[in-house]
Design a protein around this ligand. Sequence first.
Ligand SMILES: Cc1cc2nc3c(=O)[nH]c(=O)nc-3n(C[C@H](O)[C@H](O)[C@H](O)COP(=O)(O)OP(=O)(O)OC[C@H]3O[C@@H](n4cnc5c(N)ncnc54)[C@H](O)[C@@H]3O)c2cc1C
Length: 499
Amino acid sequence: MTRSGQEYLDSLRDGRAVWLDGELVKDVTEHPAFRNTARSIANLYDMARDAELRDVLTVRPEGQDRAVLRAYHVPRTQAELIERRKAFKTWSEASYGFLGRSPDYMAAGIAGFVSTPEIFAGETFDGRDNLAAYYRRMTEGDLYQSFTITNPQIDRTRAASEQEEDDLYVRVVKERDDGIVVRGAKMIGTGAVFGDEIIVGTIEPLQRQDVEYALCFSVPLDTPGLKFISRTSYEGQARSVFDNPLSARFDENDALLVCDDVFVPWERVLTYRDVDTTFRMWWFTPAYNNFVHQAATRFWTKLEFLTGLAILVTRANNTYDLPPVQMQIGRLIGWLNIAKSMVLAAETTCERVGGEGGAVHINREIASAHRAMAGDLYPKVLAEIKMLAGGGLIQLPASGYDLKHPELGPLVAKYVRSPGTPAEQRIKLLKLAWDALGSEFAARHEQYERFYHGAPHVYLPGIVRDGNPDLLAAFTQSCLDGYQLDELPDGTGGFDGGR
Ligand SMILES: Cc1cc2nc3c(=O)[nH]c(=O)nc-3n(C[C@H](O)[C@H](O)[C@H](O)COP(=O)(O)OP(=O)(O)OC[C@H]3O[C@@H](n4cnc5c(N)ncnc54)[C@H](O)[C@@H]3O)c2cc1C
């Protein structure tokens, strides 16, 4: 069996250096800013051992006597791709789509790396053996891999090696017989503080002169010199699960990673001083497409949840049957079905990965299109539901304690209600809605859906590059070629002269 939730939680008590608001957090499993989310992740591990879900969430690779998390398995048929999506779907439903970087995200990416190990045979460093050992370590330990593969947003107009100082982005500062020493920072470590290991790399292209920055490695969270500087914790700010039901339990955290002269043994290095391989490991393996497979499935779940929220809120407001409201609900269900169809279509038109591995991955064009679609659509979904909900989202008591208060309780019960929806039920629903739509947690999710796959000025031109612009232009040109000026009948125009 895969590891239990308790085993996962125990593994987090390793002395990792997580900083929050000037405090060095001793134990993320007990600290009020992290503990509930750590338990939500632990629950995912317990689900994988549950007799009813085990076959969905895990798989026993051929010739092995132990099951592994399905996300780590390399799919070799369309059926296996679909099985993997069912696992993504099951885990995403446990957080209603709000844990973007559950352990299956990067696990699928790692399965992408090992589908094309030849990509790791760089000119300056051959990472293939390390990759194989890394894959074994992660799958056999059911480990949670988080990642920081973006350079800090310091000066986007300059190359890594041309920033104001040398150590702003992670780079190698010393080479030893047994490994390398790295220094610098990376952003944004979503879920990083909850991970077993962190992979540090660069997904955007580096310049030729940036070789010191062109490396990728994975190290345990308690590696000396690693520091995680957390953003505000929404879980820490939450009053209770009743008052902030999502942020109190599913705040996956985002942290700045600082490497303060971190020693990385050679066996943990995947690419080294190689601009091409450091880039190609993300884009020329199925890693990125595998991320999208997980993310698009989670997005589908999130839209199911939000559409359900819209239905419950409008029913509670007694507006559900009004024709304009039915139009808005119809629009939401339509959008949800677009998100769902893209996952199903990308699986149906899956592609065989080149090389010897025999793997398949989802359709590349659809994966790229999903990236553009989801970032644009998510803010629209939120806006639509806010319009449906009205002022009730704001006219809520500060906390559930007001309902229990001897003087306030009866007043709240009298005035915060609607037909068929007593106060407690209405307040519970609208507090959930606010957490999903308007809270700081919700705003972070909007930014997440827009940027977690990169910035639009990078990925939209990428869609043009990877697409078939010439084919599309030729199609339209064929229409233009079907008629000519010379074919105009003689005459001078006007209603009688032409056609
Ligand atoms: C909530 C959240 C979680 C994230 N989690 C992770 C994670 O776990 N791991 C990880 O590695 N990364 C993560 N990221 C980071 C993410 O990968 C980056 O935000 C993304 O790559 C975009 O980079 P950037 O934020 O530096 O934006 P920038 O590249 O600075 O772009 C921001 C804006 O500046 C303008 N701009 C900048 N440069 C140009 C240009 N050359 N041409 C035209 N316009 C330009 C555009 O308007 C653009 O939208 C996360 C991001 C968010 C928001």
